[in-house]
Design a protein around this ligand. Structure first.
Ligand code: SAH
Ligand code: SF4
Length: 342
């Protein structure tokens, strides 16, 4: 396998280059591109419009890497599916399929583990093993669509890992996903969530992508945010919000500020009011996520406290949503299943 080229993860121009290099016609590249990404072929044998000789040649020089489904859990109440995938080096990652009213959303992982080390997050406990390749990122979507016969409508990079610590592969795979020959999912239906890696937010702004950007704010004062998310010591709230503003002004695209609600930590009325004020000032939407308990000391606030926070937040200045992570019964918070498996 060592010298063979994995064709999954390659863009159309990269595939064309490969086919020319091995002495094949350029148009073969588009045929294989469609087989891999549109028809979700897992082997060259499925590619029936290629001659047997071409398929044999491809088998000698290339391969198609496939994720292996190690486990699937289904939450009967919400129909949320949680997938544990095994990578070729034996490492495990997870993805979640959520069913909304009209939406079918896949939550994608970008790294094995994460280096950001947020105290409330299950993925953080793994530390960082490595970045996922473009092939491993896009295959989460392809495998779910193929094996579960579902047409995904929305994608969120909110699984394991910090997408902006694997910037190139995340952007490349998101571009592939939104290629109309692949899924036809528009860039606006793909959301990338970051813990706030400032230089990469600037790069994202400069590159003028149409993907949506979400930022995990999670606290309204620097002391609390640094305790929850150590990267806040380097890039504090004010700098983060200014950077967000710069992005939304330049790209005319609203940012969503995510806020994991933790009992007694960031769920006070004062927090809600500050948060609401910033959403108005920085032209952001708010997305409140009640904590999905993991094996940390943090707790999810009671229903009454969640309601009180939402009421104080109000929706006068900003579009506010409460995103209760579907599938509490199957531990659908980021990284929970992979951590328990190790
Ligand atoms: N690393 C990126 C994306 C993955 S985490 C980021 O931090 O933005 C996606 C979202 O899930 C983040 O907003 C994070 O704060 C939140 N999250 C992590 N663990 C959670 C948990 N146990 N319950 C609820 N939300 C959680
Ligand atoms: Fe990494 Fe996001 Fe988890 Fe923080 S919340 S440790 S950035 S995956």
């Amino acid at each position: 396998m060592k010298n063979k080229q994995n064709l999954k993860g390659l863009t159309l121009p990269q595939l064309e280059e490969f086919f020319l290099k091995i002495g094949e016609k350029r148009f073969r590249a588009e045929q294989v591109f469609l087989w891999i990404y549109n028809k979700k072929a897992k082997s060259f044998d499925e590619m029936t419009n290629l001659s047997k000789a071409t398929r044999e040649k491809l088998k000698e020089l290339a391969y198609i890497e496939n994720l292996e489904i190690a486990q699937v859990q289904v939450d009967s109440e919400s129909n949320t599916h949680k997938f544990l995938f095994q990578l070729i080096d034996g490492k495990k990652i997870e993805s979640v399929l959520l069913f909304g009213n009209k939406r079918k959303t896949v939550c994608i992982s970008s790294q094995v583990g994460c280096a950001v080390d947020c105290g409330f997050c299950a993925t953080a406990q793994m530390g960082l093993f490595r970045n996922l390749t473009v092939s491993e990122i896009i295959d989460q979507l392809l495998t779910i669509e193929r094996d579960f016969e579902v047409k995904v409508t929305n994608i969120v990079f909110m699984g394991m890992g910090e997408p902006f610590h694997n910037y190139e592969n995340v952007i490349e795979s998101a571009k592939l996903m939104s290629d109309e020959k692949v899924t036809g999912i528009s860039q606006r239906k793909i959301t990338i969530s970051t813990s706030g890696v400032l230089p990469k937010i600037r790069r994202f702004t400069d590159e003028n992508h149409n993907f949506k950007l979400a930022i995990s704010l999670n606290a309204t004062d620097n002391e609390t945010r640094t305790k929850l998310m150590p990267l806040n010591a380097k890039w504090p709230i004010e700098a983060l919000l200014e950077e967000s503003k710069f992005y939304s002004e330049k790209n005319r695209n609203k940012i969503t500020l995510e806020y994991v609600l933790l009992e007694g930590i960031n769920d006070s009325i004062e927090d809600a009011k500050r948060f609401s004020k910033w959403c108005a000032e920085y032209n952001c939407k708010a997305n409140v996520i009640p904590y999905n308990p993991t094996n940390s000391d943090y707790k999810r606030p009671s229903k009454e406290k969640i309601e009180r926070f939402m009421a104080a937040l109000g929706d006068k200045y900003a579009s506010v949503t409460l995103r209760d992570t579907g599938g509490k019964g199957i531990k659908a918070a980021c990284g929970q299943l992979a951590v328990e498996q190790d």
